[in-house]
Design a protein around this ligand. Structure first.
Ligand code: BMP
Length: 276
């Protein structure tokens, strides 16, 4: 039985990293595998969208450096909303430098990401040292890391040996690496012939590039449906941005209705997958 054939609740019991446990338990509690990516430039819109989609999500994904009027007060309000609506926070920072630099970028600067984001992510391109650097700041705080094993964009270089090496790097650091940003499951990827993965291995797959209406955008993004992502590809969390918040943040009823629809489709696909 593969990890994604088990329930989120069962899988939470076997995890060691606190952020992985928190995410799986939140998904089970809220019956949601929907994450909303809130990529807007004004704090007012950012917080308003999160308050509207909050009841429907297991996780809110941020690009905190997009906010034009950022100050640490935004973080306090984000944390209040996370408590009010019971969701996990994931800053999509995509670290990609030497260990010493990423440790500083993660813990310090204007945004102090490690202090508030349960989960963050990194490109595997620097090699294992990126995990060493980030874990020095994140592990003492109970944080978790996702490696970008695959991307959703046309022409991405994250294929073949690159993806395999990403999975090998994660296997060596299961205390901190909780899974991948990817388009598929990673069981069996990167194993030598005859090599078997540890039977407790259970990486979470968080998948962007999800949309019910559009197939992509004019800048190389590619979308699949919740059913394709959760049922056909066995991914765990679907990440939706513009498909939910659209172009007008003031349309709160429409945004809430879209979030509810994605949440229901994602959960239905999960139920079919685990036959619950
Ligand atoms: P949207 O659904 O509006 O296309 O947004 C997708 C979000 O997921 C963006 O925040 C983007 O940075 C992120 N993302 C992605 O689209 N593809 C990837 O491979 C990795 C990402 O982090």
């Amino acid at each position: 039985i593969l990890p994604h054939q088990r329930t989120y609740k069962e899988r939470a019991l076997k995890q060691v990293n606190p952020a992985a446990i928190l995410l799986l338990e939140t998904m089970e509690r809220k019956k949601s595998n929907l994450a909303v990516s809130v990529d807007v430039t004004k704090t007012k819109d950012f917080l308003a969208i999160i308050d509207v989609v909050g009841p429907f999500v297991c996780l809110i994904k941020t690009h905190i450096d997009i906010l034009e009027d950022f100050d640490l007060n935004v973080i306090h309000q984000l944390q209040d909303l996370s408590k009010k609506h019971d969701f996990v926070i994931f800053e999509d920072r995509k670290f990609a430098d030497i260990g010493n630099t990423v440790a500083l970028q993660y813990s310090s600067g204007v945004h102090k990401i490690a202090s508030w984001s349960h989960i963050t992510n990194a490109h595997p391109v620097p090699g294992p040292s990126v995990i060493t650097g980030l874990s020095s700041a994140g592990l003492p705080l109970g944080r978790g890391l996702l490696l970008l094993a695959e991307m959703s964009t046309k022409g991405t270089l994250t294929t073949g040996v690159y993806t395999e090496e990403a999975v090998r790097m994660a296997r060596a650091r299961r205390d901190f690496v909780i899974g991948f940003i990817a388009q598929h499951r990673m069981e069996g990827v990167g194993l030598a012939p005859g090599e078997k993965a540890d039977e407790d291995e259970d990486f979470l797959i968080l998948t962007p590039g999800v949309g019910l209406e559009a197939k992509g955008d004019s800048m190389g993004q590619q979308y699949r449906t919740p059913k394709e992502v959760i049922l056909d590809s066995g991914c765990d969390v679907m990440i939706v941005g513009r498909g939910i918040y659209g172009t007008d943040p003031s349309l709160t009823d429409t945004i809430a209705a879209r979030a509810k629809k994605y949440m229901e489709e994602g959960w239905e696909a999960y139920c079919q997958r685990v036959l619950c």
